[in-house]
Design a protein around this ligand. Structure first.
Ligand code: AQP
Length: 326
């Protein structure tokens, strides 16, 4: 099956990105024909500092490789190096409707704070995402809850284009459940962990040093109830138990039971140490890739060239179907 996934290089990746995107991608590459986009054109829909963006692109690439992506198997590419993404994004904008973009909850959420000051790119982001998917005849896309609506739009645009211009695009299906649930923000368990959160206390970055991890876990928001239990009414604690479970492979319930007599302080201390141990080899591998910029460049250039070959054939087909040819 042909599958496409990706990540925005908006900051150093965090634990949620690792368990929700990188590790599932490593699983997917075993069986599927996997395309992984470092989607930098999406990242710039909110302001990015150019020098930092460049670093974040290198970091995201290194993180995928360090997590176990084999660039000979999966096609690991940088979105902005494949011009067909922007081109198809534009062509699909001509068949997308303002009303359907206005209904996108992610745009509504992200633009709430900034009002009229959000970029037009943030508004049309889901159309570019549809282009990313449709360019490669993608059959399936792993989606978390917040991306379901965007995939639905990609399906609608594919069907609309096929109806109006003739069969061109594969209509992609979602792969739900591949992500191991959302990891929540440490400083506010009502929202998800997020790279572009204003406070670094929100997340554990994949590159956080041992002492930073200890401090962040220690100050993670929990509750004042006594005892340790897996309980939806205690989202902060539940989140810590989920993270503990992901790094040790024990069930959250078993971990909760083993800390029933010990309490929150010890649970947090042990979780921090487990995290430090879990992240150490990943951090070493990421640093190793980052210390070889020429090798990283070669991998991204090759992956982008492979992506470009496929994408440019599709964009030519689309142009002919739309009458954009002599
Ligand atoms: N908290 C999370 N728990 C589990 N998975 C998560 N992902 C993101 N946050 C969590 C997964 O990581 C991938 C990254 O997708 P993205 O970079 O396109 O943006 P996002 O989902 O909006 O992630 P962030 O970290 O919150 O970035 P910003 O702050 O830039 O918007 C996706 O596969 C996502 O499911």
């Amino acid at each position: 099956m042909r599958v496409l996934t990706g990540i925005q290089p908006t900051n150093i990746l965090h634990l949620g990105n690792y368990f929700g995107a990188l590790k599932p991608a490593v699983e997917l590459q075993r069986e599927d024909e996997l395309f992984i986009g470092i989607v930098d054109l999406h990242a710039i829909t909110v302001p990015q500092e150019p020098a930092q963006l460049k670093k974040n692109i290198a970091f995201a690439t290194a993180a995928y490789l360090a997590a176990g992506i084999d660039p000979k198997k999966a096609i690991l590419f940088q979105q902005s190096r494949v011009p067909a993404h922007a081109e198809l994004g534009w062509l699909l904008q001509t068949i997308a409707r303002i009303g359907e973009l206005e209904r996108m909850t992610q745009f509504k959420d992200k633009s709430k704070v900034k009002g009229q000051n959000v970029s037009v790119g943030l508004f049309t982001y889901p159309v570019l995402m549809a282009a990313d998917i449709l360019l490669y005849d993608t059959q399936a896309v792993p989606v978390g809850e917040d991306q379901k609506q965007h995939l639905e739009l990609a399906r609608d645009l594919a069907e609309r284009f096929n109806r109006d211009f003739g069969q061109t695009f594969v209509v992609p299906k979602p792969i739900i459940n591949i992500a191991s649930g959302r990891i929540l923000a440490l400083d506010n368990p009502e929202i998800k962990m997020s790279k572009s959160a204003p406070s670094p206390k929100n997340y554990i970055s994949l590159m956080d040093e041992a002492d930073v991890i200890r401090k962040k876990i220690k100050s993670a928001v929990t509750d004042s109830e006594t005892g340790i239990s897996v309980d939806d009414g205690r989202p902060g604690l539940k989140n810590l138990l989920s993270i503990f479970s992901l790094v040790t492979n024990g069930s959250p319930e078993d971990i909760a039971a083993s800390y029933a007599a010990k309490g929150m302080k010890e649970l947090k201390e042990d979780l921090a140490e487990a995290l430090i141990t879990h992240l150490a080899p990943l951090q070493a591998a990421i640093n190793d890739y980052l210390s070889q910029p020429d090798e990283l460049e070669k991998i991204v250039a090759e992956g982008s060239a492979r992506a470009n070959e496929i994408a440019s054939m599709k964009i030519s087909e689309v142009k002919v179907k739309m009458g954009l040819s002599l």
